[in-house]
Design a protein around this ligand. Structure first.
Ligand code: C2O
Ligand code: CU
Ligand code: CU
Length: 561
């Protein structure tokens, strides 16, 4: 654990050191009252580099060492934080006894870097991951995606936040620094020795594994000392199966400013928001209206779900998540912007195909279109850069299925139950599909070709079959034979030997420039106006990212040898 990289929002340096050393002393606040609970831990931030995965211990409860799976020895896992258009590079060393693969949830990543379980890293082996960060600013997620072991590895600690910053977000008067707080939610079962218990019964495998101890950033019974000012909270549901309906204890409203794929167009005022596993929501909470010395609690409201209740804390039960003590000083010098960003709205009328994903069970397994996941079976071929309607049809089951798509962000079109949820706005990669409900989302893959996954993010469901491979391909894509190709593109991507660059038609000749990520010119040539595609040998290009520019357009190409 690197102490210098840990950031504590609360308490004195002495208390912070005591916590880091495992002695979670009750903190005294400014009014000298003894405060119950543990100060919220804030994960360290890294931008990539070495990610060593190994067993470790953490002091989740004072006086006890709990065995966990760690990334660089730390619990909670570090937050990856990087700016858009930088290159993310990580050297992942698997020091576990089992296979491991990490997935960059929500990021648009070449298929071979996306953490598909077929790219598992064997025990003792390592892998290098590199991709250009092309996503807009937002709160993303990274976690284990190991075949049939995702649930257990995530549960034991292999899950963290992946924050992307960009100039658009940076230009807004939003809370920054210590007023921009990550909240990674998870729920666990512990035995009497304070060890994490992961031993799902048949019922747990059917319903999803929920626990009675709620952790925020790996902190049990957490509190955060806040100042009477505006804060930004990036909330990630990193639980295996627990669904939260977040709200404030006084039922006051908060502002939703972002969802899975970054900022909304305008802030959305809400008094509650569902968050199913893997969903994220960015909210602004204004503490200036509260009395210094008072407390407010982030809680989960009750909701009904038709599954066998887990007795200590059933799915859908109410509970507290995090206590805010309004007793710190400081001012975030921020405000709630009237406008946040602009989002080009997909229109259902533009969709070319419709795909159905019927969610079901077959005794022990969870299925999509009656099939259970198979590593090498491709269930659908999706034309590149083509808008489709995907229907998640959950009319056959009574459980909630949070459905997730790799490789892109989509938009919610409709729900058979009627109104959209407050978590449905903006760009999404995971949506909560309730029992008996069917919902339509508008999906397009415009970044990379290759094999990606769609699956339920209830991790017991995912591990037990509710996952499907699809291939994004330019072959058969609507653009393929069109003489009025509208966008610059390259395939295959990643390329190994040759890359076919497709260029929009023009009246005059155009210059094609290929640069590496440092802006160094690798190749330049011109093509006549009627030339629509050029084959370029990339054999001599070192592995890495390249930018192909024609006129004002740029595409990113990955070369892997
Ligand atoms: Cu967050 Cu395929 O997963
Ligand atoms: Cu994902
Ligand atoms: Cu499910």
């Amino acid at each position: 654990m690197r102490l210098s990289r840990r950031r504590f929002l609360t308490g004195s340096a002495v208390a912070a050191l005591a916590v880091a050393a495992g002695k979670k002393l009750p903190l005294k606040n400014k009014h000298s009252a003894l405060v119950s609970g543990n100060p919220l831990l804030i994960p360290s931030e890294i931008s990539g580099g070495n990610l060593t995965i190994a067993t470790a211990t953490a002091q989740i409860f004072s006086g006890s060492n709990t065995n966990i799976l760690s990334i660089n020895g730390s619990y909670p896992a570090p937050t990856i934080r990087i700016k858009k258009s930088q290159t993310f590079s990580a050297h992942i060393l698997n020091n576990l006894a089992d296979d491991l693969v990490l997935h960059w949830h929500g990021q648009h990543v070449p298929a071979v870097m996306d953490g598909h379980p077929k790219y598992a890293i064997k025990s003792g082996q390592s892998a290098d991951i590199t991709f250009p960060v092309i996503n807009r600013a937002g709160t993303y997620f990274y976690h284990s995606h190991t075949d049939m072991m995702t649930a257990e590895q995530v549960y034991r600690g292999l899950a963290g936040m992946f924050i992307v910053d960009d100039d658009e977000d940076g230009a807004l008067p939003l809370p920054r620094g210590m007023f921009d707080v990550p909240l990674v939610l998870s729920d666990k079962r512990f035995d009497t020795n304070k060890q994490i218990v992961y031993s799902p019964t048949m019922t747990d495998l059917m319903n999803g594994y929920v626990g009675e101890t709620i952790l925020v950033n790996g902190t049990s019974d957490p509190f955060l000392s806040v100042a009477s000012t505006l804060y930004r909270f990036r909330i990630l549901n990193a639980s295996n199966a627990r669904i939260y309906q977040i709200a404030l204890s006084d039922n006051s409203s908060f502002m939703i400013i972002g969802s899975d794929g970054g900022l909304l167009e305008t802030p959305l005022s809400a008094t509650s928001c569902f968050l199913s596993p893997a969903e994220r929501v960015d909210v602004l909470i204004d503490f200036s209206k509260y009395q210094t010395g008072s407390s407010l609690t982030l809680k989960s409201l009750p909701f009904s779900v038709d599954v066998t209740p887990y007795t200590p804390l059933p799915q859908g039960a109410a509970f507290d998540i995090l206590r805010f003590d309004i007793n710190a000083t400081g001012n975030s010098h921020s405000q709630i912007p009237a406008a946040l960003s602009s989002i080009i709205k997909y229109s259902r009328a533009d969709a070319v195909n419709t795909l159905q994903f019927v969610l079901g069970t077959d005794g022990m397994n969870h299925t999509i279109n009656s099939l259970k996941f198979q590593m090498d079976r491709i269930d659908n071929t999706i034309p590149f850069n083509t808008l489709e309607v995907w229907t998640f049809d959950n009319t056959q089951t009574t459980n909630i299925h949070p459905m997730h798509v790799h490789g892109t962000q989509f938009q919610v079109a409709s729900r058979s139950f009627g109104d959209l949820l407050s978590s449905d706005s903006g760009w999404k990669d995971t949506v909560m599909v309730r029992g008996g409900e069917a919902m339509d989302v508008l999906v397009k893959f415009a970044d990379y070709e290759g094999i990606y996954l769609v699956h339920c993010h209830n991790l017991e469901h995912e591990d037990h079959g509710m996952m499907s491979n699809f291939l994004v391909s330019k072959t058969n894509s609507v653009d393929q034979d069109s003489s009025t190709l509208a966008e610059l593109s390259v395939s295959p991507n990643p390329a190994n030997d040759h890359a076919n660059i497709r260029i929009p038609k023009a009246d005059s000749s155009r210059t094609v420039t290929i640069t590496d990520i440092h802006g160094k010119k690798i190749k330049q040539f011109s093509v006549a106006g009627d030339v629509l595609s050029v084959n370029v040998s990339v054999r001599s290009f070192p592995s890495g990212e390249y930018f192909i520019r024609v006129d004002g357009e740029t595409v990113t190409m990955q070369v892997i040898h």
